[in-house]
Design a protein around this ligand. Structure first.
Ligand code: F6P
Length: 370
């Protein structure tokens, strides 16, 4: 790069999408161009674009009007991993290859001084490995699961919480009319944040999260007691990561070449079946699924995502690498990627929200309820 050439950075969105990704992209691009006089290149479909050499120049116009849009204008992939990229061997059999050197080469060909990687724990783990190879990387934590270590909250969570709460509110009225047990399965992977907070917000009678071992006798007794006391319906909010009696998580699908191949799903049906068989109370299941991930970001997420994006641009300008931006209290701070990689943030058993739930009579499916 000649002395007169502008510094150039790249931005990508990896992993499952969530509301607020576009707001981060917009924050990165506008602050980079407007404040720091940097050039920005968008990488398509997460790490896949770096492997397959698919990039687009970013400008002010490209990011105008995207603040309120869900999804990501750059596209994403939750299976592309430069350290485990599917290829065919000579016999045509699929195998995996480490193509990270190719990625490093491309980053240097593109003259990128920094790479901003917006994503979840899988994206952060890969970002850490790439930064160990000398690529100057800034991570931005996204996910509806809120399970990234090092930040108080991820953007995307608040929007998903709103969607899940709204859905449970709607289920409430039909549950009351038909005197049914309504089981609502929410996402969240191995963390119970989304179930706990949407359950609390929507007044779920039973909230089941992966962090609290499930005792179905307690749940069944609880819904029967409600029914005999004249509260003839119950709302059971269950996180997809809850283990069925016997200790196994219910797996919906295995996505072989993904950084985390397991796709959870189905525990809601399992629990509803058990409740109906044991209590004879009519039960129904709603799996909220990807509805929680789509749609427009909440005001909170738009602001948080914009703050993260602007901070990432500032760090690129300063030549910082190997860190993730994070929210601590009201401040945007940085956390070393080496601290974040390989960890996840689940609900602590003594979390104040768990105590609050108990105080308002919520059944958490554990023995303490007795
Ligand atoms: O991590 C976000 C998330 O939506 C999880 O809550 C869920 O388990 C998973 O992604 C679903 O992944 P996919 O989009 O591959 O089905």
């Amino acid at each position: 790069m000649s002395k007169t050439q502008k510094k150039r950075i790249g931005v990508l969105t990896g992993g499952g999408d969530c509301p607020g990704l576009n707001a981060v992209i917009r924050g990165v691009v506008k602050a980079s161009i407007g404040t720091y006089d940097l050039e920005v290149i968008g990488i398509e479909d997460g790490y896949e674009g770096l492997i397959e050499r698919r990039v687009v120049p970013m400008n002010w116009k490209k990011v105008s009007g995207i603040l309120t849009q869900g999804g990501t204008i750059l596209g994403s992939s939750n299976i592309a991993n430069p350290f485990r990229w599917p290829v065919k061997d000579k016999a045509g059999k699929r195998t995996f290859s480490n193509v990270s050197d190719r990625v490093a080469e491309y980053v240097s060909e593109l003259n990128l001084s920094n790479l901003v990687c917006i994503g979840g724990d899988g994206t952060m783990a890969i970002a850490h490995k790439l930064s160990q190879m000398g690529i100057r990387l800034i991570g931005v934590p996204k996910t509806i699961d809120n399970d990234i270590w090092g930040t108080d909250i991820t953007f995307g969570f608040d929007s998903a919480l709103g969607a899940a709460t709204d859905a449970i509110d709607r289920i409430h009225s039909t549950a009351m009319s038909h005197h049914r047990v309504m089981v609502v399965e929410v996402m969240g992977r191995y963390a119970g944040w989304l179930a706990l907070e949407s359950g609390l917000a929507a007044g779920g009678d039973v909230i089941l999260i992966p962090e609290i071992p499930l005792n179905m006798d307690i749940v069944c007794d609880f819904v029967v007691q409600r029914s005999t006391e004249g509260r003839r319906f119950s709302i059971v909010v269950v996180a997809e990561g809850v283990k069925a009696p016997g200790g196994k998580q219910v797996v919906k699908k295995i996505v072989e070449n993904s950084t985390d191949p397991i796709r959870l799903g189905g525990i809601g049906h399992y629990i509803a079946r058990l409740i109906e068989t044991r209590t004879k109370l009519e039960s129904r299941v709603t799996v909220l699924g990807h509805l929680q991930r789509g749609g427009t970001p909440s005001a909170y997420d738009r602001i948080l995502a914009t703050r993260f994006g602007v901070k990432a641009a500032e760090l690129c300008y300063d030549g910082v690498g190997g860190v993730m931006v994070a929210l601590r209290g009201t401040e945007i701070v940085t956390v070393p990627l080496s601290d974040v990689a390989g960890k996840s943030r689940t609900v602590p058993e003594n979390h104040p929200l768990i105590e609050v739930a108990r105080h308002v009579g919520t059944c958490l499916g554990d023995t303490l309820d007795k």
